[in-house]
Design a protein around this ligand. Structure first.
Ligand code: PLP
Length: 387
């Protein structure tokens, strides 16, 4: 019979995808489902980006691209970040950058420290690469951020990576300059620990954003910056992300990528180039739209009994504590509460346990005002009716 390889023995379809599928089933039954579950901007891909792709296709850029990215896109990314193209790899989404890095570096049992809440895929990618996720809970009272002491307490001789994500999915937390500096001071003492700085929400910030290498250049020889066009430019379907790091690491990641995808789609890379070199004013427009939605969502959630929602500094997620509402409605877990909310009210939000921090839920506000207004009113009415 069929037997899974042990390296993926516990790998499941992500809870977020399961929720999306359950929502689709309910919709097919004729239910009115409002989903705040997926991490995807509702804006369309900008026209000039689509035109860049079209022009590339017509110009015959339809052959196998260079494994680690087209020279044009690598050069553009290098220029923006003040590095050389050799320090850049373009992959099929930021997700593949992370997978390449883990597959290229982890020995079985190597430890990867991830502050929770973390993006769901971090632990799955590490496990798939036979590493061991070391989850460090970073509660709401600490702004969902990793403290230098909590970091140091988890470092062992087996630690290979620290995975930092700022702005964070799902908490929206952004590490300030001093907070990065304090972590860097600890890391400076442990040369075995490399750093993933996932900055894919870089442009979706409501307070100043600081790139990890800008604050801690002394660690750049063991830092991998992860970024991409998915979130800022509404290009989730184009699947273009990149990594910036020391050339030996980039080379190793390229070797992995060469045997998995041969490189990212040439047309999508042309689109990404158009996004990076085109008008950047759209980023300000989107930031302003998201800021207004954030404020609406945070105040509506805080008005629901048993829900406490801190103000996210970036990205497009609210990550409220829902323990009070959960208990008042008679549920002992965030997952049961979210399943009930979907079945009872047709509202899809993701339980905090999917991000390694139970007792919370993630609600994306990359949705229209109309959907947000209707959905928030429904959450409030449903919870209130049960209490
Ligand atoms: N990193 C974080 C923190 C994310 O939230 C996501 C997408 O949800 C990604 C990486 C992956 O992005 P991409 O679409 O480029 O694979």
């Amino acid at each position: 019979g069929f037997r899974r390889a042990s390296r993926i023995a516990s790998l499941e379809i992500s809870e977020i995808v399961q929720l999306a599928e359950r929502s689709a089933v309910l919709r097919a039954e004729g239910r009115d489902v409002i989903s705040f579950a997926t991490g995807e901007p509702d804006f369309p891909t900008p026209q000039h980006v689509v035109e860049g792709a079209h022009a590339a296709a017509l110009a015959g850029k339809t052959r196998y691209p260079a494994t680690v990215g087209t020279p044009e896109l690598r050069a553009a990314i290098a220029k923006i970040n003040g590095v050389t193209p050799k320090e850049v790899i373009v992959s099929t989404g930021a997700k593949q950058v992370l997978a390449n890095a883990m597959l290229a570096t982890l020995e079985p049992g190597d430890e990867v420290i991830m502050p929770a809440p973390y993006w769901t895929s971090y632990s799955d990618i590490v496990s798939m690469a036979e590493g061991r996720p070391v989850v460090v809970p970073c509660p709401m009272t600490e702004g969902f951020k990793l403290s230098p002491a909590a970091l140091e307490a988890q470092i062992t001789p087996r630690t290979r990576w620290l995975m930092l994500n700022s702005p964070s999915n799902p908490s929206g937390a952004i590490y300030g300059r001093q907070e990065i500096k304090a972590l860097a001071e600890v890391l400076a003492r442990y040369p075995n620990v490399w750093i993933v700085a996932d900055e894919i929400y870089e442009h979706l910030n409501f307070v100043p954003f600081h790139s990890f290498t800008a604050v801690a250049p002394e660690l750049s020889e063991r830092t991998l910056i992860v970024n991409g066009v998915s979130k800022a430019y509404s290009m989730t379907g184009w699947r273009i992300g990149w990594g910036i790091g020391p050339t030996e690491l980039i080379k190793a990641m390229g070797a992995v990528q060469g045997q998995i995808t041969s490189g990212a789609c040439s047309i999508a890379q042309a689109a990404a180039l158009a996004a990076l070199t085109g008008d950047q004013a759209l980023l300000d427009d989107r930031r302003a739209t998201l800021l207004a939605r954030r404020d609406k969502v945070v105040s509506a959630l805080n008005a629901v009994p048993g829900i406490e929602c801190p103000v996210p500094d970036g990205a497009f997620y609210a990550f409220p504590n829902i323990e009070g509402a959960m208990a008042a409605c008679g549920f002992s877990s965030d997952a049961e509460f979210c399943a009930w909310l979907l079945d009872e009210a047709g509202i899809a939000i993701v339980p905090g346990r999917a991000f390694g921090l139970p007792g919370h839920a993630r609600l994306s506000f990359a949705y229209s005002d109309k959907e947000l207004d209707a959905g928030l009113a429904r959450i409030s009415a449903t919870v209130s009716s049960r209490i």
